[in-house]
Design a protein around this ligand. Structure first.
Ligand SMILES: Cc1cc2nc3c(=O)[nH]c(=O)nc-3n(C[C@H](O)[C@H](O)[C@H](O)COP(=O)(O)OP(=O)(O)OC[C@H]3O[C@@H](n4cnc5c(N)ncnc54)[C@H](O)[C@@H]3O)c2cc1C
Length: 405
């Protein structure tokens, strides 16, 4: 059995490890356009301020150490599902019996004047992170366009190098997908105290440049912000172009069933290039989350090995991180728009907790500061547990923690 895996990140590696464990006879080929060794993508912000070295963000076990795995540092440019081969940029066709698509997503580069100037970067992979790290030599001011999680993580890291950082976010608040207004205000205040400038309700209209080198950013509001370096962190789009003509159905991203099989037999997909159905909101979205990529990769790996498995319910919003020294965990529906939902909040010093219920079901939560037992409540959200009369006791349990701090 010939397994071919396109992609070299967490969804691909998780699937590969499951196949290696369950099919000792398997021949496995991996195609990834980033060179090995494999690394934890979410940790690349820490390369900028050198708080982590490259070695420290590598997977401790590299799947390519297994002699059964053949690695191709190449790019998949097409899939012929009739002949069961993929085409590589180098020109070689690669036959498969079972194929996993795990090509993730790429940074969006906004089409604004000056975007091609020297000193303007997108940042999603290690190669780009190392380029930005080198460009920080002699850099005094940076603008990060995009104040969602990845943008703020990069901004914090840049700031730790002594660079003055300005963040520009088009939403009325930073961290629009993981924070409510209260949490975002608290975070903005903390980041501001550390010297970061934040402009919300605004976006980049033009990169200003002299002799082809970026000197600043003009915002839609008309303000101009000087910068030696501009990071564009305005979002990602799934890498599905190479699937044109393959027969694999896509919408916002690749469509799969609960076993991660695509519309084409023997072709599976996992990770950020897959469209998921959110268990709470019922919306079809692109996940963009590490944990979901793990679940998808594992499920695909089992089914490709001939062992039936289905993915657990997905949350498209579930983040656990630390910003400005404050831990934050948020999950589920954190911006309820209808009166059908009941919201409970409690604050104590730097700690803040919010619970959102749909009748007796917990559908969303934000814990800022003290994050004790957050995992328990996230499972209630993910599995849509009806709490019945236990709802009031749960609210008391969650909120009373703050009064004991
Ligand atoms: C800065 C940053 C911080 C993040 N922080 C968090 C966090 O705190 N929590 C969280 O849950 N998630 C976080 N994420 C998101 C998380 O990293 C992604 O959800 C996860 O990496 C998705 O994994 P994946 O395997 O689907 O794809 P990716 O990690 O996108 O990897 C896909 C790989 O496939 C390669 N590839 C693409 N096209 C081809 C092709 N045609 N041929 C061959 N190879 C190809 C790509 O180069 C890449 O190496 C963060 C992401 C970034 C960038």
């Amino acid at each position: 059995m010939q397994y071919v895996i396109v992609g070299g990140s967490i969804a691909a590696i998780t699937a590969l490890n499951v196949i290696r464990a369950n099919r000792p006879d398997a021949k496995m080929q991996m195609v990834a356009d980033e060179a090995v060794p494999f690394y934890y993508r979410a940790l690349i912000p820490f390369l900028l301020d050198k708080s982590r070295t490259v070695d420290e963000i590598l997977f401790t076990e590299q799947p390519t150490d297994d002699k059964r795995v053949k690695f191709h540092h190449d790019r998949c440019v097409g899939v012929d599902s009739t002949q069961k081969v993929i085409r590589l940029e180098s020109g070689n066709p690669l036959p498969y019996d079972k194929l996993l698509l795990a090509a993730g997503s790429s940074s969006v580069r906004p089409d604004i004047p000056g975007v091609g100037s020297t000193g303007v970067y997108t940042l999603r992979n290690m190669d780009e992170a190392l380029k930005v790290r080198d460009a920080l030599e002699g850099c005094g001011k940076a603008v990060v366009v995009g104040g969602a999680l990845a943008g703020i993580k990069m901004a914090e890291s840049l700031q730790r190098t002594g660079v003055h950082v300005t963040v520009v976010e088009q939403f009325p608040r930073i961290l629009p997908f993981i924070a409510d207004t209260e949490t975002a205000q608290r975070m903005s205040q903390k980041l501001g105290q550390e010297g970061m400038a934040i402009h919300t309700n605004d976006s980049a209209a033009e990169i200003l440049a002299t002799d082809g080198k970026a000197t600043g950013v003009r915002l839609v509001s008309g303000k101009t912000i000087p910068a030696d370096l501009v990071l564009l962190m305005v979002g990602v789009r799934p890498n599905v172009e190479f699937l044109a003509g393959s027969g694999v159905d896509t919408d916002l991203a690749v469509l799969t069933d609960q076993e991660m099989q695509t519309s084409v037999p023997d072709i599976y997909a996992a990770g950020d290039m897959v469209q998921i159905h959110d268990a709470v909101t019922g919306e079809d979205v692109i996940s963009g989350l590490w944990g979901n990529a793990v679940h998808m990769g594992r499920t695909a790996g089992f089914n490709m090995s001939g062992i039936k498995a289905v993915v657990p319910p997905f949350l498209s919003s579930f983040n656990s991180t630390e910003i400005a020294g404050l831990p934050i965990i948020s999950a589920g529906l954190i911006h309820p728009q209808s009166e059908q939902y009941t919201v409970y909040t409690e604050a104590q010093g730097e700690n803040y907790r919010k619970l959102i219920f749909d009748k007796d079901r917990l559908v969303g939560m934000i814990f800022l500061g003290d994050i004790t037992k957050a995992g328990v409540y996230i499972n209630l959200i993910r599995n849509r547990i009806a709490l019945g009369e236990r709802k009031d006791a749960l609210i008391r349990e969650v909120m009373s923690v703050l009064s004991t701090l």
